[in-house]
Ligand binder design. Structure first.
Ligand code: PMP
Ligand code: GLN
Length: 381
């Protein structure tokens, strides 16, 4: 086997979910929402399954979905996207990431990965022949600085992977940080793979800004979205890529030999979802805000050092003050087994696994589940 996959382990999300199921813990570890699936989305899928078609849809994706991706980008981000030439449907954002790395990297190209980073990036980059260059953001501000960015760049740098809003820390990259990225991308002839799967999960009136909205680098940004996050159906694996045809061409050729297509009924339903009225998006945010506020408030009352969570459905806690072993992975195993509440360690989001101070909770759960989780944690402490 290829060493990249021969030496990689089962993802932390799968590991922790398995343990949580085994011991009957409340699973706030793996990021998946409970109870948010929009009935109209499910109905659209059921109807599409009844009516068909059931055969291979076009390789680029159903026109209705590609049009809906472009219309949604116009409505929420003011983007002008040519759906025929600039939108590709993939089987989840994960496939979109894999296609992008396969299509855009050559052996030895360097890719800057901003840590803490989603676990799929480094492995997929390496298997595509790239070399991962980690760029760490530091707690508690997690700010991208000019010094850190410049220090990560070499003559071999090809791509920067941006994840905004950012899993696991819930950060929204600011305009100033995007200015910096724009400057560096132009100065060094780079491309940004911009993972924006949490684009609609931003709270307290904050706005998500995509680097794709910047005219100077519009043709250097691969923007990736996911219906799994926008419609709380993580098992559906419907993703979409928006990029200039010069980038989308090779990415779609990678896609045609990775999955070729995505189930047509799910594409039809997601197209309907992307056209849902603004109220759907407003309610999604506000019900997540309510859950976030409950979890953060209750955890803080119990003495957990939880950071603000301005976006995504994740909250992180600094457990260095309460974890005697200084080992976030062991700590997550302990609270899963002993308290009956599962969380994931942030060390899994670092290539070197050496930052062991924080754990992540997912708050996209029913309110009583969150209350139960916090009372279990407080009894355990
Ligand atoms: N990127 C990030 C940052 C994620 O958190 C996730 C969700 N697991 C994905 C990509 C993958 O999305 P999908 O399930 O659509 O493949
Ligand atoms: N993105 C999800 C998370 O961060 C999990 C995805 C997965 O299980 N592979 O928890």
């Amino acid at each position: 086997p290829n060493p990249v996959f021969a030496t990689s382990s089962t993802s932390i999300f799968e590991q922790i979910s398995r343990l949580a199921n085994e011991v009957g813990a409340i699973n706030l570890g793996q990021g998946f929402p409970v109870g948010f699936e929009p009935p109209a989305l499910i109905e659209a899928a059921v109807q599409a399954l009844r009516e068909g078609p059931h055969q291979y849809p076009p390789m680029m994706g159903l026109p209705a979905l590609r049009q809906a991706v472009a219309a949604n980008a116009k409505r929420f981000h003011g983007l002008n996207v040519d759906w025929e030439r600039e939108v590709l449907v993939t089987s989840g954002a994960t496939e979109a990431l894999a296609d992008s790395f396969l299509a855009l990297l050559d052996t030895g190209d360097e890719v800057i990965v901003i840590e803490p980073a989603y676990d799929a990036y480094p492995t997929l980059i390496r298997r595509a022949g790239g070399t991962v260059v980690p760029l760490r953001l530091e707690a508690p501000d997690w700010t991208l600085t000019r010094e850190a960015l410049q220090a990560a760049i070499t003559p071999r740098t090809k791509l920067i992977v941006l994840n905004t809003p950012m899993n696991p820390i819930g950060k929204i990259f600011s305009e100033a940080e995007l200015d910096l990225l724009e400057e560096v991308v132009l100065a060094h002839d780079l491309v940004i793979v911009s993972d924006e799967v949490y684009e609609h999960l931003v709270f307290d009136g904050a706005r998500h800004t995509t680097p794709f909205s910047r005219p100077a680098i519009r043709d250097r940004v691969v923007r990736i979205g996911s219906a799994g996050k926008t419609f709380s159906v993580t098992g559906w694996k419907v993703g979409y890529v928006t990029a200039d045809p010069k980038l989308l061409g090779p990415i779609s050729r990678a896609h045609q030999f990775v999955t070729f297509t995505t189930p047509p009924a799910l594409q039809t339903a997601v197209a309907a979802g992307l056209h849902f009225a603004d109220s759907y998006y407003v309610e999604l945010k506000s019900s997540l805000e309510t859950r976030r506020d409950l979890l953060l408030g209750a955890l803080r009352r119990e003495g957990f050092a939880v950071a603000d969570a301005p976006a995504t459905y994740f909250a992180i806690a600094d457990v260095s003050g309460i974890d005697p072993d200084g080992d976030d992975l062991a700590f997550c195993h302990r609270i899963t087994r002993e308290a009956g509440v599962a969380a994931v360690p942030l060390s899994s989001f670092y290539g070197a696994r050496d930052v062991k101070t924080h754990i992540r909770f997912c708050f996209a759960k029913p309110l009583d589940t969150l209350e139960d989780a916090v009372s279990r944690l407080s009894r355990w402490r």
